[in-house]
Ligand binder design. Structure first.
Ligand SMILES: [Zn+2]
Length: 335
């Protein structure tokens, strides 16, 4: 995650030293009787924004973000990043100094810091949360109300999708095609697929970024995932002719592997290679929830590598993974 590059040219208003800080239990309330705020510009160009407590508009359990009259709900994008416990709120059509005069307020129990940056009419507010939460928003009367809740508070089923590799670790690379690019391509398409409302999805890393296995597992454990789906391509060091998509699971979970492997095979047209034993695979052997590692196809097989690099393959594979997740929980309910 790169926050560098967001230019912040506004001046710092320093009221911190003037003693407007109240610390009450877990919650930190920053404010003054007048509308004024604290912006300390950080090295990454973002500001630490302390907020004004304006109880008149406050709503229990919510952070309140005021919005200019011209800003509608469609101008607001909220991105939840479980890997660094941040929630990004991007808002279009806001003037650079708007949040100097109209400050965030509310209940900050779950929030460790609020930072704020600006570029080309886009404000980005970054909430650093105390844990992995799901942001629940309400938009009313030119205000955005945001509440952070535990994933299982609003989702019946919680799934963690783990895009393999990332960062320095690009996975296998043959014929000029990198495993990591295929995995990221499928993952970005998955993010655009609307899931049934009872299923919440969390990702273990951002596109292009790396992550340690223990951090990936930590996310799955923290959100109490009901299912962990790791996405990779297969490779065969002995032969360039091995083919097929499949899955790896711990033996007890081979039915999950079969569900995902067959589904990806049917959707993409790659032959079905069956379920492998994943008892030596890091993410699987240490996962304490049902888990499956989807092997999209063999990157060591030129035909499959070329196919996996196409948008068409990546869309079909993403659809198949999403469908398998839904089916997994449907099957669970009928059994
Ligand atoms: Zn891999």
């Amino acid at each position: 995650m790169k926050l560098v590059g967001f230019s912040c040219v506004f001046s710092a208003v320093m009221l911190a030293a003037m003693g407007f800080f109240l610390v009450k239990g877990n919650s930190i309330v920053l404010g003054s009787p007048r509308h004024a705020g604290v912006f300390n510009v950080g090295q990454d160009g973002y500001s630490e924004a302390a907020s004004l407590m304006n109880r008149e508009f406050d709503r229990q359990g919510y952070v309140t973000i005021p919005l200019p009259e011209n800003v509608g709900e469609s101008d607001i994008t909220i991105q939840n990043n479980p890997y660094d416990k941040t929630v990004w709120i991007s808002i279009n059509n806001v003037s650079e100094d708007y949040y100097h005069k109209n400050l965030f307020s509310g209940d900050l129990d779950n929030i460790e810091s609020i930072r704020y940056g600006y570029e080309d009419g886009l404000v980005r507010i970054v909430l650093s949360a105390a844990d992995i939460f799901e942001p629940v928003k309400e938009f009313e009367d030119h205000r955005l109300y945001l509440k952070l809740v535990a994933p299982h508070d609003i989702y019946e089923h919680v799934v963690v999708i783990d895009p393999g590799h990332g960062g320095e670790n690009q996975g296998s690379a043959v014929y000029g095609i990198k495993e990591n690019d295929i995995v990221d391509g499928v993952t970005e398409r998955l993010k655009n697929i609307e899931m049934p409302s009872g299923i919440g999805i969390y990702y273990t890393r951002a596109a292009g970024e790396g992550a340690e296995n223990e951090d990936r597992l930590h996310i799955a454990e923290t959100v109490s995932a009901d299912l962990l789906v790791s996405i990779h391509t297969n490779a065969d060091s002995m032969s360039r002719t091995t083919t097929g998509c499949g899955a790896a699971t711990l033996s007890a979970d081979s039915a999950i592997g079969d569900l995902f492997g067959r589904s990806v095979s049917e959707a993409t047209g790659l032959e079905y290679a069956g379920v492998q034993d994943g008892s030596n695979m890091t993410i699987l052997k240490d996962a304490n929830m049902p888990s499956v590692l989807v092997e999209l196809g063999y990157i060591t097989n030129k035909k499959e590598a070329v196919k996996m690099a196409t948008e068409e393959f990546q869309s079909s594979a993403a659809d198949a993974i999403a469908k398998s997740i839904t089916e997994y929980f449907e099957n669970e309910q009928t059994n």
